[in-house]
Design a protein around this ligand. Sequence first.
Ligand code: SIN
Length: 512
Amino acid sequence: MYMSFPYLIDFDLKKLPVHKTDVLVIGGGVAGLTAAVTVADKLSVQVLTKGSIKQTSTWYAQGGIAAPLAADDSPELHFKDTIAAGAGLCDPEAVKVLVGEAAAAVSMLLDLGTGFDKRDGSLRLGREGGHTVSRVVHAGDATGSAVMASLAGTVRDHNNIRLTENVFVLDLLKQDERCRGALVFDGATGSVNAYVAQAVVLAAGGMGQIYEGTTNPPAATGDGLAMAYRRGVKLAGLEFVQFHPTALATDENPRFLISEAVRGEGAYLVNEKGVRFMVGRHPLAELAPRDIVSQAVVKEMRASRSDHVYLDARHLPPEMLPTRFPAIWAHCLAVGFNLSTDLVPVTPAAHYLIGGVVVDLYGRSSLAGLYAGGEVASTGVHGANRLASNSLLEGLVFSRRIGALLLKTIEPGGALEIDLGLVQETGRPKGKSLAYVREKLQKTMTAKVGVIRTAEGLREAAEYLADRRYLQGYRYGKAADWEVVNMLALAELIVAGALSRRQSLGVHMVAG
Ligand code: SIN
């Protein structure tokens, strides 16, 4: 069905500056930085990020990290909730690893100085959708930035780690069926560099920006997934795009997230008539798993011909809201909503890609030398619907495992060989800017491949994308256009996955 994808640019490795490192990490969120700090006492590490580390999805994360730490909790109960949310598609072995190593992952962050909320000296645990007990470790409503501050501090202080921000990774370098590094564009100098490594850890995050409304940062254009696909790496589960039910219904990009933790503290969801529509739909009502809530929200929006429903926190203690949720409180006020006195309009937004690069329990992909962690990876822990706050956890747990494996299998300064020479595709002309395609692509994905899909809508999206496939064959010269090439490739994969899965399951709902 697909054309075979060339490298994004022609290049001759013999003429490029080549940088060598033991471990190359692509991505500066929780998964990338955790892998880096885990191996750095022994191995040299180069971390590359597309923007600054403040532009990663991890930095944006509000809710927290799920871990079975409470007296009324256990790894078995966390396992059960994860499996139940995953709608029958989770890999039980991977989930066992996730919940079994959660406490150690949280301890690691505490050792690094992450300022999680505590009460009487113990971690304060919040509640989110799909969890039957309180188990979400958090730092106010800005858990991601607290985690990143401690990880990034460690990364910057470590002599063995080099962090290079604001570079665009074009492609993975592959030779003799092994990943050997990456080809990288530095927009500041306009130069292309090669990074060659014994192991490459792909932790490049998700793709929410292929939708019109997303909670993801602008950098989330699926580059890591697309570059893995171009080198023939196995991907799976791409039809499972998770929509968060409660993004603030404004025109902002990204859409501002109102954490599930607000519902965890007791906020309701109500429709245009002021009726709590989740009651009676699921025993956990507003705290049902996310797929169920998002689908119910869309049904309510359609029934009332509105582009939003409302979050109602007016009955919650007014002194609690600004202290427990300072960032959400301030943002809502800034755009005209007082959480204590107003109904706040919310709408679903693309939030998390469940599928990705298929990896085993140590993050190994189908290509030797390439490991994947975080949102770009598919470990199998999320099944068809991710349990809230299991994503930072997955990034931590599985990147620690990648790191542990690399420490055992790689020697510092080991052999680094690559001899790709000139890679020149068939002289395709330069294409004109793809800026005009990006917006139409986002609208098409939102209209046809959203929370509730139809077979007809999916076929129309497939047709739209097939008609534009030729655009991926041209050569472009700037990151914004390479992003669109990646977005087009990934959108085709998502739509193909959705078309081939005929039955509704988890976040993949097909109506009619
Ligand atoms: C949230 O804070 O609601 C998001 C948590 C998550 O995506 O797991």
